[in-house]
Design a protein around this ligand. Structure first.
Ligand code: ZN
Length: 155
């Protein structure tokens, strides 16, 4: 069909199903790499700290979204996090009923941003502001991915 030819009746359109073998590789970026390296090596979360506005951000990032300047300072977060928001999912990806899984946005005092992850707790016992800590894979099993975090649990 020439490129300028238009279909005026949708019943005349042809389609087929196939696949295109493409592969993508993404990097986590400079700050993301540092965050992942700290998680893998020391099992801690790395935050970026802006020298101008003094805000800290987790996960670590290269630029301050408030000041629009490069962030060069980092600090580790050694305090427990807290449940900022959560939801409980009781269906799997195909919509079938499944065991309930609680997903929470975990934030840290004095730090902007947060980490969305599973929360190991009975759904009806989760409260906003509940202090939580990360359950990590063993050091030898960690790869520097967010899946190094098994889940969060009450402190
Ligand atoms: Zn700033």
């Amino acid at each position: 069909m020439p490129i300028l030819e238009k279909i005026s009746q949708s019943s005349r359109a042809r389609h087929w199903t196939d696949s295109i073998p493409l592969e993508f590789h993404y990097t986590a970026g400079v700050a993301g790499e540092e965050f992942r390296r700290e998680l893998k090596k020391n099992g801690r979360f790395l935050a970026s700290k802006c020298a101008k506005c003094k805000n800290s951000y987790v996960p670590a990032r290269m630029f301050c979204p408030t000041c629009f300047i490069e962030i060069k300072d980092t600090r580790t977060i050694d305090e427990p996090g807290y449940v900022y928001s959560y939801t409980t999912v009781n269906r799997n990806r195909t919509g079938e009923p499944s065991e309930p899984v609680t997903i929470a946005l975990i934030r840290f005092e004095g730090v902007k941003g947060g980490i969305v992850h599973k929360l190991n707790n009975e759904p009806n016992k989760v409260t906003f502001g509940m202090k939580v800590v990360a359950i990590l894979k063993d050091n030898a099993e960690r790869t520097g991915a967010l899946t190094d975090i098994i889940a969060f649990k009450p402190e």
